[in-house]
Design a protein around this ligand. Structure first.
Ligand SMILES: Cc1cc2nc3c(=O)[nH]c(=O)nc-3n(C[C@H](O)[C@H](O)[C@H](O)COP(=O)(O)OP(=O)(O)OC[C@H]3O[C@@H](n4cnc5c(N)ncnc54)[C@H](O)[C@@H]3O)c2cc1C
Length: 328
């Protein structure tokens, strides 16, 4: 099926190239199945390699043939276009799954869930990744997004990373090479595939680590719409303030567009009632951002990452979406 759902389309050659090289690729895989928002059209090719060699092969094919490539983790920070992604979507869920202790460090494959890393660290009486226990993502996604909670984030614990870089192949880089900032890393600007991450941890009693993780999980259940289809925080916190506070202050809790609604529990979350499209979410984000801009003169920047054609679904581009509606 083509991206428009009308038979063989431009993605077929991608899938054919990959299959010729022995990489198993699926066509017309709906990305809604691979995101926590449960929104998103088809991938040109969806590849879930069995091992790292196949990951590298798929990445090289994409690079050499000029095919857009994106890696998907648990898809918990993504808003995928209803038109999908006309390129290769690479999932490391099967290939990068090892976790091994190295002294007080833990080396984890990019496809491993953060919860698994946190629980393994606790079992080894190693402290440092408790904050990650209830962030619903993979090690790769956390390293790229600089995911964080409870005052800590990936940048505090990522000691080094092993990445595939189109120009250099597989390289091991120190954590500083990620150039971390709030929910930002160099990996968001480079065409890197993160393969493995080393976390620097500190010995601590297991009971204390367990207590902290329990507190964090309880806090999340109490403050976030667990069980609803969402992508976590939609907007980054502006310096010195909280996006949720600003959104709540403009009265946006409960605002709805199609099947998308601003959460009534956490104003910086949006929930999909099962029928929402990416277009619904984009319009709602634009409305919320415009209201905050008008009242507080603060431009909210998206935390969620857009996947799809740059022009967005409502005719605006992802970049000018954040201007007040009248100026865009
Ligand atoms: C209910 C809920 C609560 C959340 N709470 C938090 C929170 O407290 N703190 C927080 O920071 N975030 C939070 N998030 C957002 C999200 O969980 C994090 O951003 C997480 O790190 C994303 O990981 P992922 O594996 O799902 O990545 P994805 O969403 O799949 O991908 C995110 C980005 O990383 C890239 N990427 C992923 N893996 C790789 C890789 N191996 N190599 C190269 N690029 C890669 C993707 O291409 C994409 O650009 C929450 C989300 C939800 C749904």
């Amino acid at each position: 099926m083509g991206l428009d759902g009308r038979g063989p389309g431009p993605e077929a050659p991608i899938v054919a190239s990959l299959r010729t090289l022995g990489v198993n690729a699926r066509t017309a895989e709906r990305l809604a199945r691979h995101t926590s928002f449960k929104i998103g059209g088809p991938a040109g090719a969806f590849v879930e390699p069995a091992d790292e060699a196949e990951v590298l092969l798929a990445a090289r094919v994409a690079f050499e043939q000029g095919i857009p490539l994106m890696v998907v983790g648990l898809g918990s920070n993504l808003l995928v276009s209803d038109r999908g992604f006309d390129g290769i979507v690479l999932s490391l869920a099967r290939a990068c799954r090892d976790v091994r202790p190295e002294g007080t460090r833990l080396a984890a494959g990019a496809g491993v869930s953060l919860a698994k890393v946190a629980h393994m660290a606790a079992g080894l009486q190693l402290s440092g990744v408790e904050f990650a226990v209830s962030i619903p993502g993979t090690v790769g996604g956390a390293a790229v997004m600089n995911a964080g909670a409870h005052g800590r984030s990936a940048q505090d614990v990522v000691q080094r990373v092993r990445v595939w870089d189109p120009a250099r192949g597989v390289v091991v880089l120190p954590g500083e090479a990620m150039q971390y900032a709030y929910r930002m890393s160099r990996a968001q600007r480079e065409a890197w595939v993160v393969l493995e991450v080393w976390f620097d941890l500190t010995p601590a009693p297991r009971a204390a680590i367990g207590r902290t993780m329990g507190d964090y999980m309880g806090h999340r259940r109490a403050t976030q719409p667990v069980g609803e289809k969402n992508a976590g925080s939609m907007f980054k916190n502006p310096p010195g303030d909280f996006a949720a506070r600003l959104i709540e202050a403009v009265g946006a809790k409960g605002w709805q567009e199609g099947g998308a609604r601003v959460s009534t529990l956490h104003a910086n979350f949006m929930a999909n009632d099962g029928t929402a499209t990416a277009r619904d979410v984009l319009i709602l984000m634009r409305r919320v951002a415009a209201a905050v801009q008008e009242r507080f003169h603060i431009g909210l920047a998206p935390e969620v990452r857009w996947v799809g054609p740059p022009e967005g679904e409502d005719g605006t581009t992802w970049d000018n979406l954040w201007l007040p509606a009248d100026d865009a």
